[in-house]
Design a protein around this ligand. Structure first.
Ligand code: PMP
Ligand code: GLU
Length: 392
């Protein structure tokens, strides 16, 4: 039998997807499982967006999209959205590629900027796929640890210590999956300084930008004039518009890099689904009340989760500024995050993702998505409270 690549042996299945699949399998087997592993809105896609997608199918928008980098109206809608929401000007025809999901956008961006052995700084806790995608395209992920003790602050002096002659990029995610941390203006300035002095690309993953709490909007790194020519924005429809299954994301950035990513897109995905792109036009150009309604609901659930975990003995959960994940930790335990997650799975039948998946080895954190019905979240928290003495 011919062998598979050595690289395949080094890449694990996405742990969030693995845990999500496990929860679904337990449910199918009849267990009364509460799955809070996957990061996916519980809302249906808003009706006017669904209708636009259905209409596009009925109108025969079922062929390859042309141009492959995205249909004109969607490229225009994304450029208008970036101008309106983010104060970022991009040329719709040369600076944007539409992809089947933000995850592929990230892959294409990294494929276009890394030569083998180039290093990418990744602040931890990080979204599970960053190091794997960097590795898959031949780069080297370099983890920069931050701590819950000081609100996961990213310091310029810490970042500088990780820069080498091979460092090519830094990945930023604000609001952050899994911590919800939003970059402060100080942190943003630090990243901009580092990018300029070390000649780096900044990949700014803004997929949770609309899901920010307490009235503090997320700032796009691309809106900083000094570094806008080295920032690549990753965004998509999945989270803000409850469109995970439509698979629609994009990258926007410097023309040369986007041109390279566009070639890779045409040689792999060909294009994002055509009718999905029409639905995305309706989402971006249409009424935005649906986004605000979902945001408010996540904010209520955020309040509930933070409050509940802080009231469970031996657990603590710092405030969450955005996205829809709680990342509490078990205090004073010698157990690892994997041990805690499997105890919670076995005894409370609640599925979360251990902190180790997000690059945290020191403390026993677990990520729970709160993009779920409040009654279900209440039941999950009560079940965890019931076994809390076994977690320490
Ligand atoms: N970035 C982050 C931080 C995410 O959590 C996700 C969720 N999967 C993505 C990017 C990509 O999402 P999608 O591929 O559904 O657009
Ligand atoms: N982004 C979500 C999560 O972190 C969806 C699953 C995935 O793509 O990893 O759970």
């Amino acid at each position: 039998m011919p062998s598979i690549t050595k690289l395949a042996g080094r890449i694990a299945k996405s742990p969030t997807i693995a845990m999500n699949d496990k929860a679904k399998q337990l449910a199918a087997e009849g267990h009364s499982v509460i799955g809070l592993a996957g990061g996916e809105p519980d809302f249906d896609t808003p009706a006017h967006i669904v209708e636009a997608g259905m209409k596009a199918i009925r109108d025969g928008e079922t062929r390859y999209a042309a141009p492959s980098k995205g249909i004109g109206p969607l490229l225009e809608a994304i450029a208008a959205k970036m101008e309106r929401d983010n104060n970022v000007s991009v040329d719709p025809m040369s600076d944007i590629i539409v992809t089947p999901g933000g995850k592929l956008a990230l892959f294409l961006a990294l494929k276009a900027m890394l030569d083998p052995g180039d290093e990418v700084l990744i602040p931890a806790p990080y979204w599970v796929s960053y190091p794997s995608i960097v590795t898959m395209v031949g780069g080297v992920p370099v983890t920069v640890a931050t701590s819950s003790d000081d609100g996961y602050r990213l310091r310029l002096e810490d970042l500088r210590g990780f820069v080498t002659a091979k460092t090519k990029a830094i990945i930023i995610n604000s609001p952050c999956n899994p911590t919800g941390h939003m970059l402060s203006s100080d942190e943003i300035e630090g990243i901009a300084t580092l990018a300029t002095e070390a000649d780096l690309y900044v990949i700014s993953d803004e997929i949770y930008e609309k899901l920010n709490f307490d009235g503090r909007p997320a700032v796009s790194l691309a809106s900083l004039p000094d570094i806008s020519d080295r920032v690549v924005v990753i965004n998509g429809m999945s989270k803000a518009y409850a469109m995970t299954g439509w698979r629609l994301g994009w990258l926007a950035g410097p023309t040369a890099l986007i041109g390279a990513a566009g070639k890779f897109n045409s040689q792999t995905a060909t294009s994002a689904a055509t009718f999905t792109q029409h639905a995305a036009v309706a989402a971006l150009n249409g009424p935005q009340e649906c986004v605000e309604m979902m945001r408010q609901s996540y904010q209520e659930r955020r309040d509930f989760m933070v409050n509940s975990f802080n009231n469970i003995e031996n657990m603590s959960c710092p405030d969450i500024e955005g996205a829809f994940y709680a990342f509490p930790k078990v205090d004073n335990t010698s157990k690892s995050s994997e041990e805690v997650a499997s105890l919670i799975l076995d005894k409370a039948v609640v599925v979360g993702v251990p902190g180790s998946a997000f690059g945290i080895s020191k403390d026993a954190h677990i990520r729970f998505s709160f993009a779920e019905d409040l009654n279900l979240l209440t039941e999950a928290v009560e079940r965890i409270r019931g076994i809390a003495d076994q977690l320490a």
